[in-house]
Design a protein around this ligand. Structure first.
Ligand SMILES: [Zn+2]
Ligand SMILES: [Zn+2]
Length: 82
């Protein structure tokens, strides 16, 4: 099951479960659309994998399957790519 991490690793922007701006790789490294597209070119800086839109978990499922509250913030991984 997806963790649904709450924020972008690059800019620490909030990415709530219903956000269509969230991008993830297969390891669930999580970024906002702006960082994924403009800064990272659609490639995860941690694993080199594709960053694709995170599917939205239906609100009716969030009570039973809540999103992660563990923020991951690694701006260094994004800085080298201009
Ligand atoms: Zn971001
Ligand atoms: Zn990754």
């Amino acid at each position: 099951m997806l963790e649904l991490r709450p924020s972008c690793e690059c800019c620490d922007r909030d990415l709530p479960p219903a956000s269509t701006e969230a991008r993830i790789c297969s390891f669930e490294c999580t970024f906002c659309a702006g960082c994924a597209d403009a800064r990272l070119g659609g490639v995860c800086p941690n694993c080199g994998g594709e960053l694709l839109r995170r599917p939205i978990r239906p609100a009716t499922k969030l009570a039973k399957f809540p999103p992660s509250d563990q923020r991951v913030f690694k701006p260094a991984g994004c800085a080298s790519r201009g």
